[in-house]
Design a protein around this ligand. Structure first.
Ligand code: ADP
Ligand code: MG
Length: 708
């Protein structure tokens, strides 16, 4: 039977129900799926040697004849050995297989085979262990570059490679060319058939590079087209035009003068808001760079035009804090600011909702969850989200939908305190304009950061005591209280998909917040005021603990990463992170941002019992720089983009080929190409662009993010 791209995997030889189910687990149902399932690595099996020529310890293919019947022996339960001698004209090699008893039937004395593996020893004592092998006259996986695929139980690499080899041979020419010819020509991209063949079974390293380049480009190109389409669709609707205001009127409300960077971003926002097009802007700035004030400016501009604003924070704690900051900035101008969160009493909520509906509140601050259900606004014209990378593209669109009135889109301002590596920002926020606050307010002294081991614990406690004696306050951060991490603990970096492996028993006792706070209070600091906060505490208790700390009524606050986002207690000048190796670099940087907010020299102490050199090198980065961008780029290098925001938090389709940390150049090229194509055909309506549109739709639909 002729295979097509739509043929099911059961049409392939050797695939019955069991293997089909295994393949299904890998997302492979058809021949087309197999062709699109790319190797994660390759083995260079091109070099074929005699036994004597084989370099010691490096894997190559060795051509040799099996000289005897394989000998099989059972060492003990669960350990079987199969040994066989193989020879060529000049030398002998003794080959051992562990627990592969089937090989005794596959190795026939007198036949010549290619064995792929490393030869150990020399002279008469050459050995190989568990080599891959095949008969010289049935060569498929030796003498070439061999793909290594991600696998699952019941599906071996040889099985998968055999399947893709067949699919490549019979069906690669059936793959439709979806990239427009002009794009391929301009960017020197290989044809689709060549790319499919060479990504699976590369003819050479150069051919693999060409194939890879095309596939990466292709993926990023469709992604860029998709994001650009999303943006264009939004821009079709007009935005409310706010009235221009003299900036000085706002500056008079502030207790400080804005930095140059803040002024620049304010001007960019003012230009957006008075342009008549809906603003869609990301304000990116390191911890403490002063993003809140910029958001206040936008809300002020809205109120001056008689339009309401909503500000969303990822946690109630942060919403509470924003409320206070915003009230501080804006009440002087007569703006009415209110809070709306899930933990408020029903009656209070009703009151706030009514006031939003009749327009007597100018700015509401709340959590995402609250604002998405059943809140009516008199005239919502500006939506501000803080830390929005925790919300996906989808939710962002949903939110924007709220304020649509008379066919107009609300303005959207997104603030991100997590410095997102530029490459990733380009992709995630490809549909946003980006402003960067790249300057800290004056008078900040950089936080001194130390990486220390358990042996320093007593000295650290002494140091803590000294800070408290001087009137300061201290944070102590521990990994989450429990294994399940839902509301607020370790939300970005340590979700299920990428939490570091559990430490081996006895490795280090993880400091759990509640127990540790008790221990500190009772045994170490009986004379100091110790409190604790974590995501599992009741919101009221959480708030009370935070408020007490902010008011200086607590000396030491033991906490999970709930304090990571935005909490502002300038009097705190020391943060101690327990089990620091359990956190991502960006997250540690974020935590460090909790101190150094006042006029005192501040300290961050990273404590870990982990002596792994890689771990220490990773953490060392924090002691060497306070540049959030550099830190996040390191993080991205070490963890990979999938890990960066946790599983699919960014709401983007999963990329199969593109490695965001490394592919900046191709990314730029792909974005330019997408821009150019859309300039000539904004809705991709021309027949020759049909394939592009289909691929874009498929890419986004797979993720449930509709393009229509
Ligand atoms: P983030 O960007 O992390 O949200 P915030 O907006 O919370 O930063 O600002 C951090 C602190 O710096 C706040 O206490 C804020 O009042 C203060 N701040 C902001 N801008 C300035 C400025 N231009 N000069 C002095 N202090 C400022
Ligand atoms: Mg902030």
């Amino acid at each position: 039977m002729d295979l097509t791209l739509e043929s099911g995997v059961r049409d392939l030889p050797g695939i019955g129900d069991t293997r089909a189910r295994g393949l299904e687990k890998l997302g492979l149902a058809t021949v087309g799926d197999l062709l699109g399932y790319y190797p994660r690595d390759y083995e260079d099996r091109r070099q074929i040697c005699t036994i004597r020529e084989a370099p010691e310890g490096r894997a190559v293919c060795v051509r040799a004849m099996v000289a005897e019947s394989p000998r099989h022996s059972m060492i003990r339960k669960g350990l079987e050995l199969t040994k066989v001698k193989a020879v060529d004209q000049w030398a002998t090699v003794e080959i051992t297989f562990f627990n592969q008893s089937y090989v005794k039937n596959n190795l026939i004395p007198g036949e010549t085979y290619l064995f792929y593996g490393a030869v150990q020893g020399s002279g008469h004592r050459r050995t190989m262990t568990n080599p891959a092998f095949e008969r010289e006259d049935r060569q498929r996986f030796t003498g070439r570059i061999m793909p290594i695929y991600p696998l699952t139980t019941g599906i071996s690499n040889n099985l998968l490679a055999g399947l893709t080899l067949r699919c490549v041979e019979q069906c690669a020419h059936l793959l439709p060319e979806t990239l427009p010819f002009s794009v391929r020509q301009e960017h020197n991209l290989a044809a689709v058939e060549f790319s499919a063949k060479n990504i699976h079974f590369p003819q050479s390293e150069e051919a693999l590079d060409l194939a890879r380049r095309r596939l990466i480009f292709e993926e990023l190109f469709y992604l860029a087209c998709g994001l650009a389409l999303l943006r264009d669709r939004r821009e079709v609707r007009p935005g409310r035009t706010f009235l221009p205001q003299p900036e000085e009127a706002f500056l008079r409300l502030l207790p400080f003068a804005p930095t140059g960077a803040q002024r620049r971003v304010m001007a960019e926002i003012a230009a957006d808001l008075t342009s008549g097009r809906p603003m869609n802007r990301l304000v990116q700035g390191d911890v403490g760079s002063g993003k809140t004030m910029v958001a206040a400016y936008a809300a002020w501009l809205a109120a001056k035009s008689g339009v309401q604003s909503a500000m969303m924070a990822p946690t109630e704690l942060l919403a509470q804090q924003h409320l206070e900051t915003m009230t501080g900035f804006l009440s002087g101008a007569g703006l009415r600011v209110a809070l709306l969160t899930g933990s408020m009493k029903a009656a209070e909520k009703r009151k706030v909702k009514a006031a939003l509906a009749d327009g007597s509140i100018d700015l509401v601050v709340g959590t995402h969850a609250v604002l998405s259900q059943g809140v009516d606004f008199a005239d919502l014209g500006l939506v501000i989200t803080d830390e929005q990378h925790r919300f996906g593209v989808e939710q962002r669109a949903q939110l924007a939908g709220k304020g649509e009135r008379d066919g107009m889109s609300p303005h959207v301002l997104v603030m991100s305190a997590t410095p997102i590596p530029r490459t990733l920002a380009l992709i995630i926020y490809g549909d946003l304009d980006v402003s960067v606050i790249d300057e800290l307010p004056p008078g900040r002294t950089p936080v001194e950061t130390f990486l220390v081991g358990e042996d320093k614990r007593q000295r650290i406690y002494t140091f803590i005591r000294r800070q408290v004696a001087g009137g300061r306050q201290v944070y102590i951060v521990c990994p989450a209280v429990e294994e399940s991490q839902s509301d607020g603990d370790n939300p970005i970096l340590l979700d299920e998909a990428n939490r570091p492996p559990k430490p081996a028993p006895g490795f280090a006792d993880l400091k759990a917040v509640t127990a540790y706070a008790k221990e500190l209070q009772e045994q170490v600091f009986p004379d100091l005021r110790v409190d604790f906060v974590h995501g599992k505490r009741k919101p009221k208790e959480k708030e009370a603990a935070m408020a007490a700390f902010a008011a200086g009524k607590t000396d030491i606050l033991v906490a999970t990463t709930v304090i990571e986002v935005g909490v502002d207690v300038p009097n705190a000048n020391l943060i101690l992170v327990e089990n620091a190796d359990r956190f991502g670099l960006s997250q540690l940087h974020q935590l460090r941002g909790r101190v150094g907010r006042g006029k005192w020299q501040s300290y961050c102490i990273l404590l870990t019992a982990n002596r792994n050199p890689d771990t220490r090198a990773r953490l060392k980065v924090l002691t060497q720089t306070t540049d959030g961008f550099r830190i996040s780029e390191e993080d991205l290098k070490l963890r990979g983009p999938g890990d960066f925001f946790g599983k699919r938090q960014h709401g983007l389709p999963q990329l199969r080929m593109a490695d965001l940390a490394g592919d900046t150049r191709v990314l730029r090229e792909a974005q330019d190409a997408a821009k150019q194509l859309l300039a000539s055909d904004p809705e991709l309506e021309q027949p020759e662009h049909r394939p592009v549109l289909e691929r874009v739709q498929a890419l986004f639909d797979r993720h449930g993010d509709s393009m229509n």
